[in-house]
Design a protein around this ligand. Structure first.
Ligand code: SF4
Length: 215
């Protein structure tokens, strides 16, 4: 079996409650969404078909037991589900970063899910697959809202309250679009909210620059 892959690399996990940890990334090709602030457009097309065995060989070279499967939207390739299961069988700690458009129901239960909820400024909020929020597990899954402005923050806040995400997710990540001029304004709104959420800055962009490739 194989997957269409854009890149496989070793880096520092830049986001989520795992930020700062060494992490190997398997970035799959293709995404049906077109978020206006997307920083991964290079994943939309191209890529290379790589067999599971060759992906595992690359991961073994890295010697890193934390692996994130990301994209693009990794869940649009059906073979990703047996791939995730095999990663878990091999003893990897597995993170799945998904844009929230595809159902998460077939993901191996040992993997941790970082689920995006798209906010209005992304242009893709209509495509959120809301049943994914009902499947969250409070001991392992995280929800991420990429926010471009205070209207997005208000939207995120409404969803957090409506779905009781403070209690239903391991972490709720508020991730300002990188380079926002009103970053402090959003940080202050988060600070004042009293919600159990975490401001999520993309660590890799502060280390390697705005064009660096992270999750
Ligand atoms: S879901 Fe992710 S990869 Fe797809 S367009 Fe949105 S930000 Fe880009």
């Amino acid at each position: 079996m194989d997957l269409r892959v854009t890149e496989i690399f070793l880096s520092i996990q830049g986001e989520s409650s795992h930020a700062g940890r060494p992490c190997a990334f398997v970035r799959l090709t293709g995404c049906p969404m077109r978020c206006v602030w997307c920083d991964s457009e290079y994943t939309f097309y191209g890529g290379e078909r790589i067999s599971f065995e060759n992906i595992f060989a690359r991961l073994k070279e890295f010697g890193c037991k934390l692996v994130e499967v990301t994209g693009g939207e990794p869940l649009t390739q059906k073979k990703v589900f047996p791939f995730i299961t095999e990663l878990c069988d091999r003893g990897y700690e597995v993170l799945i970063e998904t844009g929230g458009y595809v159902s998460t129901k077939d993901i191996d239960e040992r993997a941790e899910i970082i689920l995006d909820v798209k906010c209005p400024a992304s242009g893709e909020a209509e495509r959120n697959h809301w049943p994914n929020l009902d499947r969250l597990r409070s001991d392992r899954d995280e929800v991420k809202f990429v926010v471009a402005d205070l209207a997005d923050w208000d939207f995120a806040r409404g969803i957090i309250e409506k779905y009781d995400l403070e209690n239903r997710a391991k972490a709720v990540l508020i991730s300002p679009v990188h380079g926002l001029e009103n970053l402090a304004e959003i940080a202050e709104a988060v600070a004042r909210s009293g919600l159990k959420v975490r401001l999520n800055l993309q660590l890799h962009k502060y280390i390697w620059g705005a064009d660096s490739r992270g999750v």
